[in-house]
Design a protein around this ligand. Sequence first.
Ligand code: GDP
Ligand code: MG
Length: 177
Amino acid sequence: YSEQDSANDYLFKIVLLGDSGVGKSNLLARFARNEFFANSKSTIGVEFQTQKMEINGKEVKAQIWDTAGQERFRAVTSAYYRGAVGALVVYDITRRQTFDSITRWLNELHTHCDMNVITILVGNKKDLKDAREVSTADGKSLAETESLFFMETSALDSSNVNAAFQTIVKEIYNILS
Ligand code: GDP
Ligand code: MG
């Protein structure tokens, strides 16, 4: 047992899901590099980012996958889902339609992954208060029905972004360790 060994103990694959434009790539950019792109096109995403995190004093690596725009063509491949132990399923609180798509994304996820994949429902763009179309109560209620964690975030002002990723990684760690 050494520090080196402990550093390599845990690598968790986590996938980002949700309609185009909800802010998936910016959530990842904010979390992994503390960056935000005001006019991002769907191609800013790399395939995945690996982020070291500390959970209960242990180093854990979260390998977070971004769709890089595939979702626009409903062509998220099975390779994308393969081996995922966690998922952030994201909607935009200012576009009701992206919330209505969540059930479809959950079905996709459960078609490709184990039913036990740890999932957090994320209502992004909470900074856009005046344009809100999905209430916090509706988000919470769906999360309860589907047994998901839930958080509202803003990749723009950073609120809850770390918390959302921390929640999921911590939960995966608790279950798999
Ligand atoms: P993706 O298609 O799901 O990857 O979405 P993007 O990350 O490319 O974001 C789509 C658009 O929404 C971009 O213009 C972003 O700047 C914007 N955006 C992303 N997150 C937020 C947010 O939290 N607040 C606001 N106001 N805009 C955001
Ligand atoms: Mg994207």
